[in-house]
Ligand binder design. Structure first.
Ligand SMILES: [Zn+2]
Length: 258
């Protein structure tokens, strides 16, 4: 199992890479999005050079708010074009796993229509990515629509699409994250960890919300040994490092190597 941390896209990417490496993470979850990671504002070779210098691995993450499921076709097409441009940047870095996000139209449109809009977009993204070997992972963003019936359909309609389990997002609307882990374990390619109160998507440190982490990690590690990003968003990074210790202790027991 490898533990990573994302760069804050409002901060200089190279500074973020250094902090992530200096604090013992195995990889960076590279958030390429505005403002510091906006298309045209970063130098791919420079980023890759820094990542390699510190010996980090990386996974890619596109902006979570791109409207690939909008009822407005022009917006969907434009969102897909933007994702393809980000994919080109990620490909230039050597190809890897890249996250896209579920996106639902407004309530005037049915969930089936939302599935159709997203599938149209995802198909175009998958076609583009398949030529390059980049694996596309779908991260449900935790809206009322991101329930298992819809996720089943999205994954069935889009063969070749992998699942990114964001545990915080899977913990709201009365959902049970462990059920989702088990349900999609064969398509699971990456995990985001953070805590919340079961109501809001708070990105809290591990142990400060209502998630039973001992149980969740014991289940997850029974079939998964891949990359896990701590998506803990706090000003005081001590909470991030505490979360990392908690994860490693729960994963490896008390004798883990710090
Ligand atoms: Zn996430």
């Amino acid at each position: 199992m490898k533990v990573g941390f994302p760069n804050n896209p409002r901060k200089e990417i190279t500074d973020e890479i250094k902090w992530i490496a200096d604090n013992g993470f195995n990889f960076i979850d590279l958030f390429l999005e505005p403002d510091k990671g906006e298309l045209g504002k970063f130098n791919v070779k420079e980023i890759k050079k820094h990542i390699d210098y510190y010996g980090l691995d990386w996974v890619g993450h596109t902006p979570w708010y791109l409207p690939i499921g909008s009822a407005v076709k022009k917006l969907r097409v434009c969102a897909v074009e933007i994702i393809k441009e980000y994919l080109e940047a990620f490909m230039e870095m050597g190809g890897n796993h890249v996250a896209i996000h579920s996106n639902w139209p407004t309530s005037l449109f049915s969930e089936d229509e939302g599935l159709k809009f997203q599938t149209e977009s995802i198909q175009s993204i998958l076609d583009f990515a398949s030529e390059t070997g980049v694996k596309i992972m779908l991260e449900p963003i935790g809206t009322v629509h991101d329930h298992a019936d819809n996720l089943d359909k999205l994954l069935e309609l889009n063969e070749g699409l992998y699942f990114l389990a964001d545990i915080g997002h899977l913990n709201i609307y009365g959902r049970e994250p462990v059920e989702y882990l088990r349900r999609y374990k064969n398509k699971l390619l990456h995990v985001h960890l953070h805590d919340n109160n079961g109501v809001d998507d708070l990105h809290l440190p591990i142990g400060s919300g209502n998630i039973d982490w001992d149980y969740l990690i014991s289940v997850l590690k029974s079939f998964y040994d891949g990359t896990i990003t701590l998506e803990v968003f706090t000003n005081d990074k001590e909470y991030v490092l505490y979360s990392k210790e908690q994860l490693l202790e729960k994963w490896y027991g008390n004798n883990f190597k710090k």
